[in-house]
Design a protein around this ligand. Structure first.
Ligand SMILES: C[S@@+](CC[C@H](N)C(=O)[O-])C[C@H]1O[C@@H](n2cnc3c(N)ncnc32)[C@H](O)[C@@H]1O
Length: 203
């Protein structure tokens, strides 16, 4: 725990983690991971999109010692930092750090529908996060997106276009999370090109 908080403190100094005490942010990520595990079981192949300073991916990797965890971010600075953090936390044997845009990597065969759990914490509005996650999640797998306190609205028709069925929001007073069940393949044209999921959300 102390090692994780040290990593997060450095991430915050470098502008890779939002404001507020790092232990509170770690607990938020831990709560998110526990809620997801209770809802969907322990995953084997996990992807954290827009990991920034490593949340929730690093916390997920520590909570799930038999999972392979990939942490992805479009910012070079974030990726360089997370690579060092993975090493420092002794996670190198099962954590991979990827630099790139989710819109691009989600179309690569090595990543397309390869993950049984895709996590996104603070990565845009619901429709944006859902579109960025969809192409990575295997059919039968799940996506879990952190929500603002009180929850967010998820249009079932819009989610359906991505291959998702949204569940009810779940929370424990610390974190609120929305699990999306991936029930069908995501259409090949999704996600749309770079920047479009944020600029013109599907719902
Ligand atoms: C607000 S930060 C959240 C970071 C972290 N998940 C957390 O909860 O502290 C959003 C991160 O998502 C990354 N990001 C946003 N859009 C992205 C995209 N399309 N592909 C990859 N990374 C993206 C940004 O570079 C940034 O690091």
């Amino acid at each position: 725990v102390a090692e994780v908080d040290d990593v997060l403190a450095t991430a915050q100094e470098r502008g890779l983690l939002g404001p507020g005490p790092v232990d509170v942010q770690r607990r938020h990520a831990e709560a998110l991971v526990a809620l997801v595990e209770a809802a969907t079981g322990r995953p084997r192949q996990v992807l954290d999109i827009g990991t920034g300073g490593g949340l929730p991916g690093l916390v997920a990797a520590l909570a799930w010692p038999s999972a392979a965890v990939t942490l992805l971010d479009a910012r070079r600075r974030a990726v360089d930092f997370v690579r060092v953090a993975v090493e420092a936390l002794g996670l190198s044997s099962r954590c991979t750090v990827l630099h790139g845009r989710a819109e691009t990597l989600a179309h690569e065969p090595g990543h397309r529908e390869r993950y049984d759990l895709v996590l996104a914490r603070a990565v845009g509005r619901p429709a944006t996060a859902a579109e960025l996650c969809a192409g990575f999640a295997a059919v039968g797998g799940h996506c879990a997106v952190s929500e603002r306190p009180g929850g967010d609205t998820w249009d079932p028709v819009g989610c359906g276009r991505l291959g998702f069925v949204p569940r009810e929001s779940i929370g424990d007073g610390i974190a609120t999370v929305r699990v999306l069940d991936k029930v069908e393949a995501t259409p090949a044209e999704l996600p749309r090109r770079r920047g479009v999921p944020a600029k013109r959300p599907l719902f």
